[in-house]
Ligand binder design. Structure first.
Ligand SMILES: Nc1ncnc2c1ncn2[C@@H]1O[C@H](COP(=O)(O)OP(=O)(O)OP(=O)(O)O)[C@@H](O)[C@H]1O
Ligand SMILES: O=c1[nH]c(=O)c2[nH+]cn([C@@H]3O[C@H](COP(=O)(O)O)[C@@H](O)[C@H]3O)c2[nH]1
Ligand SMILES: NC(=O)CC[C@H](N)C(=O)O
Ligand SMILES: [Mg+2]
Length: 518
């Protein structure tokens, strides 16, 4: 996004890093998160208007803890350090950080904090408020040139500033909601200190993406993987606007779709002015999954089969329209992060990122939404004129029922799950809860349990129902679905679906669980 000002977030392994990026973008400034190891050359090339250091689990005085290049402080670019980032700045510039002693500060949670509102960071804000703390280390000495600009009862160094050089550090977490006015403190850093123009809006993003796609693709041809979900539909609308009929969309019916999904997608997109091809690949996908039980193996098999199908389609379509160089996908930021980008742990390999095979037979993969969060994608969808019904759909993962069946995947299990899931979704819709619950579905466990039906013993699958509320799908809470709705869904499923004799409801949040079971 070379047309926008950029704030760089350097990631030291904190828990709230994505939240920092969100907050910055909410203030209309484009922001990217990069690993702390990013070289000084790369940072210079990015030309950021400001740099934010995140928190992190380490202690700066330990030899092996992540550090930054001191040259970073010579760039003339303002820096805001948060928690570990603040301690690192102090440590690097000649201050001293130690483990907190009993009479100094070890603070956790909501803490009354006093601010010096002459400092730019706190300009126009109240002198007192709650901040969210999470630290066991303490800045015993702050570097030369710095002043103390906030304190708590326990901690004299709740915030430090060297306003001349534009360096600020806060011991608390301004990015979390628990910090009163935290978002406005970040805004002050962006506008008062970094002099941001506020040039990141979805309208701008749309226009500059369209321009960038046109420049890249020229008169080349693009194959877009269209699932009918929110992300790829928004990507399709963007590409259609950018390159018109140089675009062909392929919808793969992999046999792991929900009930009637294939027909619905085909019907919905037949109204669009795009070339759409529906491809039935059930045998290929179920074949690739045969005998696999480990979730990561299954995800990787599905990811690889997707690409093989796209390559096959690329060749076939290429014979009619000319060679296809580009494969486009609706990959979004959480897909990238959760697949273990940079130093983050691999949670699960999303089929379109970590599940990609090593070799992909296209010149390039185009992913115009790769830097966006889900709600930003939705905003872009509205900007492109897509209907609310499409933009606000609940997400459906690319591997489909493949990650909702534990153990080996067979056609029989897919059929059982399809029926049960359709009933659950119907009951949620009947209860008018389909907008409130952000994602809801059934999961077929690999556990069979004993039941009694019509006076005889059954030994069938236990099925789980899952419903979550979330805005960004990075964290989620389980939905408090009324008992009557669960009751209706449960009794209908055991009565109508052969092969299921027990229903459980999943009451775990994310973290510690994830939304999908695999
Ligand atoms: N059945 C499919 N056919 C073609 N492409 C697919 C299919 N399933 C997934 N993809 C590709 O993989 C990408 C990632 O899938 P994902 O489910 O995250 O996104 P989505 O389906 O577009 O949106 P949503 O998250 O709302 O379901 C999609 O954007 C699309 O490019
Ligand atoms: O396209 C996708 N390919 C995948 O491999 C994949 N894995 C999870 N998801 C979806 O991502 C969101 C977060 O899910 P988890 O909490 O299970 O990681 C939820 O919305 C999941 O449905 C996927 N989507
Ligand atoms: N949240 C953080 O960044 C913690 C920083 C450091 N590990 C401390 O305990 O003080
Ligand atoms: Mg999807």
């Amino acid at each position: 996004m070379e047309n926008h000002q950029l704030v760089l977030v350097l990631d030291f392994g904190g828990q709230y890093n994505q939240l920092i990026a969100r907050r910055v973008r909410e203030h209309n400034v484009y922001c990217e998160v990069k690993p702390y190891k990013t070289s000084i050359e790369e940072i210079k090339a990015l030309n950021p208007i400001g740099i934010i250091f995140t928190g992190g689990p380490n202690s700066v005085y330990e030899e092996k803890s992540p550090k930054c290049d001191p040259a970073l402080f010579e760039l003339g670019v303002p820096v805001l350090g948060i928690c570990y980032g603040c301690q690192l700045m102090a440590h690097t510039l000649g201050g001293e950080v130690t483990a907190a002693q009993e009479d100094t500060a070890r603070e956790y949670g909501k803490t009354e904090t006093f601010y010096n509102t002459d400092c730019k960071l706190f300009k126009g804000l109240p002198e007192q408020g709650i901040s969210w703390m999470s630290h066991g280390d303490y800045m015993a000495k702050v570097p030369e040139g710095f002043e103390l600009v906030a304190h708590t009862d326990m901690c004299p160094t709740a915030a430090i500033a060297d306003e001349k050089r534009g360096f600020y550090g806060v011991q608390y977490h301004p990015e979390v909601n628990h910090t009163e006015n935290g978002s406005l403190m970040l805004k002050n850093f962006l506008y008062e200190v970094c002099h941001a123009k506020g040039d990141w809006t979805m309208g701008d993003y749309k226009n500059s993406s369209i321009k960038a796609i046109r420049e890249k693709v020229g008169d080349g041809k693009v194959l877009l993987a269209l699932s009918g979900g929110v992300d790829s539909s928004v990507a399709a609308a963007l590409l259609a606007e950018a390159v018109g009929n140089q675009l062909t969309c392929v919808f793969v019916d992999h046999g792991l779709m929900r009930k009637n999904e294939g027909d619905e997608v085909e019907a919905a997109f037949s109204k669009w002015d795009i070339n759409l091809i529906r491809m039935n690949e059930e045998d290929a996908f179920l074949g690739a999954l045969k005998g696999l039980t480990d979730p990561e193996d299954k995800r990787k098999a599905i990811g690889a089969q997707f690409i093989r199908t796209f390559e096959k389609m690329g060749k076939q379509i290429g014979e009619q329209v000319g060679k296809i160089d580009y494969l486009a996908q609706g990959t979004i930021y959480p897909d990238v992060i959760e697949s273990g980008k940079d130093d983050a742990a691999v949670i699960k390999s999303h089929h379109n990122v970590g599940g990609l095979p090593d070799f992909v037979d296209f010149k390039e993969i185009i992913e115009p939404l790769r830097m966006l969060f889900k709600d930003e994608v939705r905003q872009l969808g509205f900007e492109l004129g897509l209907s609310e019904q499409l933009v606000m759909r609940q997400p459906f993962p690319g591997p489909g029922l493949g990650i909702r069946i534990t153990g080996e995947i067979t056609k029989e299990k897919c059929d059982i799950l399809r029926e049960a899931d359709a009933i659950f979704r119907e009951e949620i819709a009947n209860a008018g809860l389909d907008k409130e619950i952000n994602q809801y579905f059934a999961v077929l466990t690999n556990t069979r349990t004993v039941g009694v039906m019509g006076d005889s013993r059954t030994y069938d699958y236990a099925l789980a129902l899952r419903g979550v509320t979330t805005s960004d799908f990075m964290t989620a809470d389980w939905a408090r679905i009324p008992y009557e709705v669960l009751d209706k869904a449960s009794s209908r499923i055991v009565n109508e679906v052969v092969g299921v004799n027990r229903i459980v409801y999943d009451i775990t949040s994310k973290p510690p669980a994830t939304i999908e079971w695999e």
